[in-house]
Ligand binder design. Sequence first.
Ligand SMILES: Cc1ncc(COP(=O)(O)O)c(C=O)c1O
Length: 432
Amino acid sequence: MLAPIMMDRRGFLRAGGAVAAAAFADAGLERVHAAGRQVVGQSPASVAADENYWREIQQAFTLDRTIINLNNGGCCPSPRVVHEALKRYLDISNQAPVYHMWQVLEPNIESVRRRLANEFGCDPEELAITRNASEALQIAQLGVDLKAGDEVVTTNQDYGRMLDTWEQRVRRDGIKLTKISFPVPPPSLDVLADRLLAAITPATKVLHFCHITNLTGQIFPVKRICDEARRRGVKTVVDGAHAFAHFPYKASDLGCDFYGTSLHKWLLAPIGTGFLYVRREHIAPLWPLTPAPASRTNDIRKFEEIGTHPAANHNAIAEALSFHEGIGIIRKAERLRYLRNRWAKRLAQHPKIKLHTNLDPAQSCAIGTVQITGVPTPSVVARLWERWRIIATPIVHAEYEGLRITPNVYTTLEEVDTFAAAMEEIAAKGVS
Ligand SMILES: Cc1ncc(COP(=O)(O)O)c(C=O)c1O
């Protein structure tokens, strides 16, 4: 009965009757690798502008090209190779889930943990696989011991659900929540660090902020903030929902205590995937959201005790990592900035158009937020959809508003140019 577990992956899939699907998946990755071989020796900046290379990447997705999806900040389509893996694992699971899912597929989560930890740059024993960034961050937010009067410092541009989570602790536990404001775009990275650190008081126990915000794509100087917070005895929860597999960095570049990210955003993994990093010394004292036996107190897997769940989603993360590695993070970030700069630099010339994102590579990457002054943002979003079938996200914050534009590796230049031309037309003629 245990023979399939001993076979290699190909042998196992053949035994499961999924040979055709596997061959398809392998071909998908082979095209990415073949495209990579064509550009060996070229600088990332030169590859970023090489449409022959990116055409191969574009072809790796099954998309609806009658729409232009510039909201890759919500969640992203997976490449074909990842989606095929997800479906294959679901098919395998459904044969006898108690055997195929629990005994065959589930134990392989350890390979995913090892590979994610390698990519993030931490020990696998510090990384829990979750269903999304919300779950990852809420484990930290709700699991850390705080008593009435203890303070959490964050910003008023952090993600709504994460702020709601702290607000619930205000109501339930009597903690204090302080939200600082910062200008968009900020005059310098120092302003972000200075404002957060200046808000720390003797009562502050936790600092919570985004690695990169979802509202304008602002990247924070994480290491500087975390190192200083640590020096003052304050724990750091960093919201990396938009950061992982978006631009290059390692855990050692951050220095935080807790880090939560989505994998269905920039890694292009199946929907319903994320991870939580917990610095080793904080694993034992952090309470899981879904309780685990006391014997697991020191085990990072205690945060994964969520009851019955599909193994397909988290196992297919492995294929997403292979696809990601096939492109390479430096090349990917360079292309994302190239696409963002193509529309942003063009629109920045227009007297009625205002960018809320600083284009400095240290401060942003794929995400840009842009406003047509004098035209309400929701109307611009509606017009883009009605007239051009362009998907954009309205950002309406108490202090500013604009459209958040996020291309992805599959986005074509024609799509970006259509968006830029549409914005110029709306800026010239309005929406009435
Ligand atoms: C900054 C930020 N934090 C957290 C989240 C929550 O991520 P998820 O939907 O994966 O739970 C998001 C989602 O867009 C986000 O943008």
